[in-house]
Design a protein around this ligand. Structure first.
Ligand code: BDR
Ligand code: CA
Length: 316
């Protein structure tokens, strides 16, 4: 039986690859997608999720939009040009959606999907944790029904937006604090893993034989690679969200350690930092798992296989 999977996301170029990875993997059945503001505003992330599903012929998957504004503070700007382009999808030419969101209340939508699922679901969050924090506040009774909860976010060792904070947590630290302190046992796939895997541009070349599929994804990944190459001087990207998705699809594909994690929300220099206490110094109990390692070759092999399945109908 495939794993029933719910995806909370802010598409987002690497979110697009992560969603495609899930759709191309028979191990999971995507039973719903919810959107959140993050990489770009909620109107864009929602439009992008719907357009992507339209393009991939998966309008059967219900989409709900959620929160645009962070949980307890005003939106802040990173100070960088938008990593994902002004519309979040590098202005790629995708069909406008023929479908609409089934709800504008993502936490209620997620709660309903969790309740209705035959088996306990896996919930994967690859954007800021705003919707999930509201789910925790409003529907605590469904949390025990979640089998696994995986996030792309945070870092034990080093940040990306600031020296210590990763974007998804930095964007909404109070939400992340609520989530880490909830009954959900979080699997944190952070920069410790995602920065350890380099996806070179050559990884996408095969897509050029797949008509419009190649056009869309290669354009997205070229834009994303242009951004990375400014900082790293190499034609590669870090596929943050697809890596978190990999752990949702293939439990145990990465090395996990049970640990205690909390979030800094007040520090002058450390706002949005995930504090990983491997020794659980305050004896509060291990509330999370931190991901440390993945075999990059294995990840790329499985990603390629899943994307090829999705691309097949587009072969020219
Ligand atoms: C995370 O931030 C976003 O830019 C990406 O989509 C990913 O979820 C990486 O820090
Ligand atoms: Ca994301």
């Amino acid at each position: 039986m495939p794993i029933s999977l719910l995806i909370d996301t802010d598409p987002g170029l690497d979110d697009a690859i992560a969603i495609a990875l899930a759709l191309g993997s028979p191990e999971v059945d995507v039973i719903g997608i919810s959107t959140v503001g993050g990489n770009t505003n909620l109107a864009n992330t929602t439009r992008n999720a719907l357009r992507l599903l339209e393009f991939l012929n998966r309008t059967d998957i219900p989409v709900a939009s959620g929160h645009d504004e962070p949980y307890a503070r005003a939106k802040q700007e990173t100070g960088n040009p938008p990593v994902h382009g002004t519309d979040g999808f590098a202005s790629v030419d995708l069909p406008e959606p023929s479908t609409q969101v089934v709800s504008t209340d993502a936490p209620a939508f997620l709660a309903q999907k969790i309740r209705e699922a035959k088996d306990p679901v896996t919930l994967v969050a690859i954007g800021p944790l705003t919707n999930i924090a509201h789910l925790v506040d409003r529907f605590p009774e469904v949390l025990p029904l979640v089998d696994r909860f995986i996030i792309m976010g945070g870092a034990a060792q080093t940040g990306n937006v600031t020296p210590v904070a990763e974007f998804n947590i930095w964007h909404d630290p109070e939400a992340a604090k609520v989530v880490f302190n909830s009954a959900l046992k979080t699997v944190m796939v952070g920069l410790d893993v995602t920065h350890s895997v380099k996806t070179y541009e050559t990884e996408w070349e095969w897509m050029n034989a797949f008509g419009k599929f190649g056009e869309v994804f290669v354009q997205m990944m070229t834009y994303y690679t242009d951004f990375y190459s400014q900082f790293y001087g190499e034609r590669m990207t870090h596929q943050h969200d697809a890596l978190a998705m990999a752990e949702a699809i293939w439990p145990g594909i990465m090395v996990l350690q049970e640990t205690t994690i909390d979030v800094e929300t007040k520090g002058e220099l450390t706002d949005g930092m995930t504090v990983v206490d491997q020794r659980d110094r305050k004896g509060r109990g291990r509330n999370s798992w931190v991901a440390w390692e993945i075999d990059g070759n294995e990840f790329h092999a499985r990603l390629g296989q899943a994307l090829r399945r999705l691309a097949a109908p587009f072969e020219s």
